[in-house]
Design a protein around this ligand. Structure first.
Ligand SMILES: [Zn+2]
Length: 149
């Protein structure tokens, strides 16, 4: 039995440094709701319960009013590509995927999010979320460049 078949993927994301297995990434308490949504193919953002501001899944306090209590609400899943980089050299499980694109998406809610990008990238091109299983075997939110109708 190989190492691949003995790992329980439901408990986290596999972390690698080259071919070295470093363990499983566990969602932090402030992002558990986000990853629960990803498993259901729902794209969620935190909404402040005081000012209804929308913020990044990792934020503990609202950046607008410092409120610590927030709720997970569905986001549009659309935005624009703020910046991107094409990766041509990678190690381990990522090597077979080169070239691939990563970038920062400015969501319609005003929240920046780092993610894998699929399609023909460009500054300010419209993108929308999709959920795909990538190299490490975990389901992740990615963004796909919208093509003209
Ligand atoms: Zn707030």
């Amino acid at each position: 039995m190989t190492e691949e078949t003995t790992i329980d993927w439901s408990t986290g994301m596999r972390l690698m440094a080259g071919d070295m297995f470093l363990g499983l990434y566990q969602p932090s308490p402030e992002t558990t709701g986000y990853w629960d949504g990803v498993r259901r193919h729902e794209f969620l953002l935190k909404h402040c319960l005081r000012c209804d501001g929308c913020h990044h899944p990792r934020r503990i306090l609202c950046p607008d009013c410092n409120e610590a209590v927030s709720a997970w609400k569905p986001a549009k899943g659309t935005g624009k590509l703020h910046s991107y980089s094409e990766v041509h050299r990678a190690t381990g499980v990522f090597a077979k995927s080169t070239p691939y694109t990563v970038g920062i998406v400015e969501l319609d809610e005003g929240v920046p999010l780092f993610a894998r990008i699929f399609g023909e990238p460009g500054i300010d091109v419209p993108v929308e979320v999709d959920f795909r299983v990538l190299e490490q075997g975990a389901l992740l939110p990615v963004f796909v460049v919208k093509t003209a109708p």
